[in-house]
Design a protein around this ligand. Sequence first.
Ligand code: HEM
Length: 293
Amino acid sequence: MKTSQPGILAPLSAQARYLTFALKPGARPHAELKLLAGMVDGKACVVGIGALLAFALQREIAGLKPFPHYRSDNVEVPSTPAALWCWLRGEDRGEIVLRARAVEKMLASAFEVTGVVDAFRHGRGLDLTGYEDGTENPKGKKAVEAAIVSDRRPGYGGASFVAVQQWVHDLDRFAAMPQKEQDSSIGRRRKDNKELGDAPNSAHVKRTAQESFTPEAFVWRRSMPWADATQAGLMFVAFGQSLDAFDAQLKRMAGAEDGIVDALFAFTRPVTGAYYWCPPVKGKKLDLRAIGL
Ligand code: HEM
């Protein structure tokens, strides 16, 4: 899709940094957003706008809803909305650090940084548990259909919605699980990525099997492992032409559909969760017409 931010459909970069921003009290962010629109091309930096920011601009993006919150005895799925999200992508970590500083400085009069997470590609696209992530992503035209909004109105077509969740893994707990239990919690065999025919209903790929939903729930996953000095996990990122497919998958993972909780929760937990609308691009700039800029 020509008008989508090119970083959404591109192969994963070797390095990444995710920035989240809150709006400063009383700020009118129009000038900063116009500068941002000219500074980022949607490829080396993918930008998402939260409902909080759209609200501050007195604009509504149809389909941009609050992130759900689930809580039960063994599951906590938090909702942590933010005004703005930037996914900085590149091959050189130093270059990303410097680019992140430039974005932060440019936005500083209206936005404050609320989160910085560094991520990276691991092997052939593995989670830190060693399982391949992204195998069942739709391919080619189907990926575009799943991820990108098709709309004739200028400023709307080429947009995308994204769900972003930072998951913290308990890698010691995972390592202590027998190999068979590890495989059955994912529903695939780590050694050859083969799907297990006899996986339990709690297996992650059974919970989220995209064709098993009505309507079918296809998303375009672009998650990356992250780590800091003491913790590590997965930055789960899923783009969609709407947020409905992700919503349905998360509901089932949390056990809110049939009481069966995704086996992933035995060794990992989400600590953030937010939705954003990713505007289209026009002439290598973000196209912010839908939010009146
Ligand atoms: C720590 C968190 C997570 C990890 C480590 C993880 C890992 C994996 C792995 C290893 C697979 C199998 C290979 C593949 O098809 O990609 C997979 C599949 C999938 N995951 Fe996740 N995942 C996580 C969170 C989530 C969340 C939060 C969702 C959505 C709410 C999700 C949705 C999916 C979908 C849709 C599939 C493909 C299912 C199919 O159609 O076969 N995942 N995940």
